[in-house]
Write a protein that binds this ligand. Structure first.
Ligand SMILES: Cc1cc2nc3c(=O)[nH]c(=O)nc-3n(C[C@H](O)[C@H](O)[C@H](O)COP(=O)(O)O)c2cc1C
Length: 221
């Protein structure tokens, strides 16, 4: 598959088949992703791969802590506290489109809650990935991490797999670190679900638009 096809075919997959993914394929994806550039070749990424009972234990723990009413306490702020245009509207379209595909109405709060909890269930994917970064590193290394994560997603597409990058899986980083016996000196950037897409599900059948090049580019000569 050529790079452009991989980039344009990738999408956030929110329904997976339970077909297993071999350790060889996961290793191949991570082996490809490590070729991401990073400032002075820092290679700041650290990854946990979860499946089976460990993944289920994480799902249970995340749902439990959420149900307890505890506020998320992520290691960093991913979204703005106050949404301004044009981001506010893009966020709205993103949510409304997904709810429409899931046939969830505005007033159906229980269904909305379950849709949110599906994040913690890795949307049914057999594999979960957690991407960490050493807390000692500076903001610049987070750029490197983003490139690494994109490489994971593109390599997955190239092998016929789908992914969903998920900030939601980093809502309660202490829970994840505890489950994985992971050092507190690492910050949790995000999680990803990885598996084979269930393309029969409407939630996987729409694509969100992007603004055209001219809307975000100025040319200087
Ligand atoms: C770092 C990151 C975190 C995200 N977190 C979530 C998430 O927690 N749950 C979710 O359903 N989608 C999540 N997404 C997916 C975005 O909503 C999705 O990429 C965006 O709407 C564009 O859609 P597309 O990826 O299908 O083109 C995340 C994406 C990124 C890059």
């Amino acid at each position: 598959m050529d790079t452009t096809s991989a980039i344009t075919q990738r999408y956030a997959c929110r329904a997976f088949l339970d077909s297993p993914v071999s350790t060889e394929i996961i290793t191949h994806i991570l082996d490809t992703a490590r070729w991401a550039p990073s400032g002075v070749n820092t290679q700041p990424w650290r990854v946990a791969v979860v499946s089976g009972q460990r993944k289920q234990a994480i799902t249970d723990a995340l749902i439990q802590v959420r149900d307890s009413g505890q506020e998320p306490n992520p290691d960093y702020q991913y979204y703005p506290a106050n949404w301004q245009e044009p981001y506010r509207n893009r966020r709205k379209v993103c949510g409304l489109t997904m709810y429409r595909a899931l046939d969830i109405r505005r007033e159906d709060t229980e269904k909305q809650k379950q849709a949110w909890y599906n994040n913690y269930r890795f949307f049914g994917a057999p594999i979960g990935l957690f991407v960490f970064i050493d807390a000692e590193l500076a903001q610049g290394s987070w750029l490197d991490l983003g490139m690494f994560i994109q490489n994971i997603m593109l390599a997955a597409v190239d092998t016929g797999l789908a992914t969903c990058p998920q900030a939601s899986l980093a809502d309660y980083p202490d829970v994840i670190r505890q489950q994985l016996d992971w050092p507190a000196t690492d910050k949790l950037a995000c999680g990803l679900s990885l598996g084979y897409a269930d393309t029969s599900q409407p939630v996987n059948q729409y694509r969100l638009e992007r603004e055209p090049v001219d809307s975000y580019t100025k040319w200087y000569e």
